[in-house]
Design a binder for this molecule. Structure first.
Ligand SMILES: [Zn+2]
Length: 302
């Protein structure tokens, strides 16, 4: 793990400079008009990091138009929260973030969801490609007993994950697992020149023909791999991380927020071969254009 005592995690100005270096490698870009012609407003009169556009005259900082905009939380705490979430394989609970950052639980919960929102891909390129293999598999997530509700069990949520061998993962929360929901996920997200690996469920047989190749394994049998690399072990490995996350770290995922938790696990998995620091910086690059307000987030939860 990168040193959590690094200046950007302790000092708001160092944090702001770190974010600027990631978002504006060529210097400030006006979020209002896109101009590169801007002047930094230095001195005590101005708040830290304030910039004025010389074209539209608007003032801005590096957080305008990002998930950190108008936050009262110091930017170094945001960067530390981001780092903690990205550097632990199973994520980190809002309770732990709340203790480590010295913010309220509610604030920590909200910060984590904003950071997850930044991990939702906006313009995803298809998975796979010529000569590449993509595994598709389904899992049932959650379903933990709720103590307060007289032993009632929260329903399990259905998740479809597409996992490239030696590559990225992309997961979807679906209402049902059937031909229509699976085909929508597969055709929109996998390059048709890929070879698809699935179990032998009937609905895969038809859509498998839409790809360059299709390998199948037995759904419920003890046959995990056929000769010639026909298996879905990559997807199963992904699901085991996801399930350990829901059991060990998060305990319960509300269906309303599930897509953001999935984005978190997809993101970490897809960037597993780079360092914690690089992964945290990749996530920070995704913060633009994804504002998520407190009220909106709570409305979603209601
Ligand atoms: Zn401007």
């Amino acid at each position: 793990m990168d040193d959590i005592l690094a200046p950007r995690f302790i000092d708001p100005v160092a944090a702001r400079k770190h974010l600027e270096a990631l978002r504006w490698p060529e210097g400030p870009i006006c979020p209002h008009c896109g101009s590169l012609n801007a002047t930094r407003l230095e001195g005590k009169k101005h708040r830290d990091g304030l910039v004025q556009c010389n074209d539209c005259r608007e003032q801005f900082t590096v957080t305008v138009g990002t998930v950190f905009e108008r936050s009262k939380i110091a930017l170094n705490k945001w960067l530390l929260c981001n780092h903690l979430l990205l550097s632990s394989k199973k994520g980190m609970s809002a309770h732990q973030i709340h203790r480590m950052l010295g913010v309220t639980y509610k604030t920590a919960w909200f910060m984590c969801h904003r950071i997850r929102a930044a991990m939702v891909p906006t313009d995803p390129t298809p998975l796979g490609g010529p000569g590449k293999i993509v595994e598709s598999d389904e899992a049932f997530i959650g379903g933990k007993k709720r103590r307060r509700l007289s032993g009632k069990t929260a329903p399990k949520q259905k998740v479809v994950s597409l996992v490239e061998r030696d590559g990225r993962a992309r997961s979807f929360h679906v209402a049902n697992i059937n031909h229509n929901t699976l085909r929508a996920a597969l055709v929109m997200n996998i390059d048709r020149a890929s070879t698809l690996m699935t179990d032998d469920a009937g609905f895969y047989r038809i859509m498998g023909k839409e790809f360059a190749g299709h390998g199948t394994t037995l759904h419920a049998g003890n046959q995990y791999a056929k000769p010639g690399g026909i298996h879905s072990n990559t997807a199963e490995n992904f699901f085991s991380i996801l399930k350990r996350g829901v059991v060990g770290t998060y305990h319960h995922w509300s269906p309303v927020h599930l897509h953001r938790y999935l984005a978190e696990f997809d993101f970490r998995y897809s960037t597993k071969d780079i360092s914690d620091r690089e992964r945290a910086d990749e996530a920070l690059k995704g913060i633009a254009g994804k504002r998520l307000t407190y009220r909106r987030s709570y409305k979603l939860a209601a």
